[in-house]
Design a protein around this ligand. Sequence first.
Ligand code: PGA
Length: 251
Amino acid sequence: MTESLSVRVFADRSDACRTLAAEVASLVRRINDSGRPAVLGLATGRTPLPFYAELIRLHREGELSFSKVITFNLDEYLGLPGTHPESYRAFMQRELFAQVDILPENVHIPDGMVAGEALEGHCGAYEEAIRAAGGIDFQLLGIGRTGHIGFNEPGSPRQSRTRMVELDPVTRQDAAPSFGGLEQVPTHAISMGCGTILEARKIALLAWGAGKAAIVREALTGPISDQVSASFLQEHPDATFYLDAEAGSAL
Ligand code: PGA
């Protein structure tokens, strides 16, 4: 493990999320005070839910405004329209955006309905939009059992950019219950690449529960390898793992 990658183990996920949400709120205020919008990279899945609940609480208490926040989500399922309840656009709307003061034009999520020839251009435009916003100030990540960050499954190169990816069978299996069966889970997605993610100035990876303990250990202490894309974080100058006691139990 390199010295720059730090690990913080909390008694439980609420503790972890309270701490991180306060840090992110303060980062947003600091950046906004300097006269520019804050650019946040956001994640979906079960893991960030208590974190988003904390951001919403801070917003309601007047501690955090999203009026000068620009967001970029990591990924989206291919073939799902934003109206599908399992699409990441619908997830973000439900779990965060509808409950805060973000401007719709400041929200960026890959479009799961782009197809064929339009796909490459869409991915290039996503990268360009991140650059035009000044790059990502803070990137939130979960980790899949395959070690993926975003949908960068094993074999995703360190330099990869936003592109179409094929989902690992383990990832599809994990998503099956919320889709009501494996056959309903999309086979492909659009995901920021490892290279895109690693350019964020500050990164927090969240993991909860004993089911994540082994892959968290592998990502933190195993070889830096495209077989576990989260292991690339070992080389990032400002990345932190926020764990509950169970997720940190194998360290
Ligand atoms: P989860 O997914 O938050 O639903 O566990 C994490 C991930 O796949 O990144």
